[in-house]
Design a protein around this ligand. Sequence first.
Ligand SMILES: [Zn+2]
Ligand SMILES: [Zn+2]
Length: 287
Amino acid sequence: MNVQFAHKLSTAARFLGLAQARCFHCLRPFSPDAENFSASTTSPPAGFFDPAASLCPSCRDLLAPYRGPRCPLCGLPSPMPNGLPAPVPVGGYDSSREAYQGSLCGRCLTDPPPWTRAAFYGLYRQSLRHTLLRLKFDGHLYLAPLLGAFLLEAAHCLPGPDALLAVPQYPDHLRHRGYNQAHELAKALHAQTGLALVPGLLSRTRPGPAQVGLSARSRPENVRHSFAASPGVKGLRLWLVDDVMTTGSTLRAAGLALLKAGASSVDVLVVARTPKEDMDFTGNSAP
Ligand SMILES: [Zn+2]
Ligand SMILES: [Zn+2]
């Protein structure tokens, strides 16, 4: 059975109520509701992944994106005033530096990051955190397309790049784990967008101690000078992909290396952002 015929058959079965989908996240069967049901009879493009049609209603709630206020430069969520619903600027968030200078966080005001813009999908808490940990430590690589679709949704506020690249792992760590979760996310994004994914543009030159157990303050020293970018980045507008941004130290070091090697711009794209209140203890949220 070819792919197009299988898609038409499953579309017809769902339309007639004869088939249930299985939630991509919790694996429970569910009936896609009308609003997420696509009556299209054409096959989806290669690499297409639709989270709305692939998640059961409760997982859609649990994995909902963060839509609250944030620092436009590093994405750090801003406190909600008096618990009121987060104000959303007209036209959505524009993460250009010029637009929201007034809402920059304290660190970006005094020590701005090297990247131009940063986008993330959700907070590094609860279900999203658990899902990212499953990808990173349990080898659940099947989750990459779902998380890649989240990256794509988050990336809507970023101008298109010339190429994608993932924050690399040190070779010994890569050999130990067998895969780099950030690269798996970049691959999923590449599959869904066709954006160029060029391996080898950035490498890790020294492992540095693990970030786990380091206080937020000691992280920058730990990752400084630990990346090397290839001359191939010269003139490129890049999206630098990672799973989580906690203090941003790793992404700052990686972004700096890319810009020093001549990249035209670096935008940071991560699935999840750690809120400030989750960082202020040793061994913060990135295990
Ligand atoms: Zn589910
Ligand atoms: Zn900031």
